[in-house]
Design a protein around this ligand. Sequence first.
Ligand SMILES: [Zn+2]
Length: 72
Amino acid sequence: MTDETPVCSAKGCRAAAVWVLAWNNPKLHTPERRKTWLACEEHREHLSQFLGVRGFLKDVVRFEEWQAPEGA
Ligand SMILES: [Zn+2]
C-alpha cells in the first residue's frame, strides 16, 4: 500500500479503484474483522461474485464513502 491512487485488486488490473469490497473469512477472522479489496467498475462484479459464493462478502461501498474501521 502506498499513498498513490489506489488501484483495483483484480489480477493484472491497474485501473483506479472505485469500489471497496469488505469481506470476512470466518475461518480466519473474528466476526467484526474486515478485509478489503478494491475494485474498478469493470471488476466489481467479478470480485464480488468471487467473495459472494464463498460467503465472505459483507459490504460493497463507493471508495469515497468508505471509512476503514479503527485498527483495520
Ligand atoms: Zn479492475
